[in-house]
Design a protein around this ligand. Structure first.
Ligand SMILES: [Zn+2]
Ligand SMILES: [Zn+2]
Length: 69
C-alpha cells in the first residue's frame, strides 16, 4: 500500500515544441522527420518538394534516407 514514486514529474504531452523545423526553425505540432534527426514542417516541405520529393516518397537532405510521406 505504499505510494509509488510521483509520476507527474517528467510527464510529457504532445504540444508545440516537440518538433522544430530545420528549415524555418519554427516549433511545430508536427513535422516530417527522419531518424537522423532532420525535421521539416509541412509548409517548408511543400516549398522544397521539387527538390526532395518524388511522388509518394521524400528524401532526407541530410542522410539521403528515403521516407514515405
Ligand atoms: Zn518549416
Ligand atoms: Zn536523415
Amino acid at each position: 500500500m505504499s505510494e509509488d514514486k510521483p509520476e507527474k514529474i517528467g510527464y510529457r504531452r504532445r504540444k508545440i515544441g516537440e518538433y522544430q523545423c530545420h528549415c524555418c526553425k519554427e516549433k511545430k505540432v508536427y513535422c516530417l522527420s527522419c531518424t537522423c534527426g532532420f525535421m521539416i514542417c509541412e509548409a517548408c516541405f511543400q516549398e522544397n518538394r521539387w527538390g526532395m520529393s518524388n511522388g509518394p516518397t521524400w528524401i532526407c537532405p541530410d542522410c539521403e534516407r528515403i521516407h514515405m510521406t
